[in-house]
Design a protein around this ligand. Structure first.
Ligand SMILES: [Zn+2]
Length: 75
């Protein structure tokens, strides 16, 4: 199964979520390098780049916690 969150246009996705901080909801980030759910920072507000706080690299995937868990088989 292909990964839905790798395929979507992330710009369009975030444009629909106007209140990023308040409306974060169950959105989570998965780091492909750390292979786990991680916290991220967003160094450039106008860019959709999210930096893993653990390895400080940008190999992250955004999604719902449940979606990420099923896609990456996180326990
Ligand atoms: Zn990481």
């Amino acid at each position: 199964m292909s990964n839905f969150w790798d395929l979507i246009n992330i710009d369009e996705y975030w444009d629909k979520r106007e209140q990023f901080n308040e409306d974060r909801g169950d959105i989570s980030f998965y780091c492909k390098d750390c292979k786990e759910i991680v916290e991220t920072t967003r160094p450039k507000e106008k860019k959709y780049t999210f930096v893993c706080q653990k390895c400080e690299w940008t190999n992250t995937v955004i999604g719902t916690l449940e979606g990420l868990k099923s896609n990456y088989r996180i326990k």
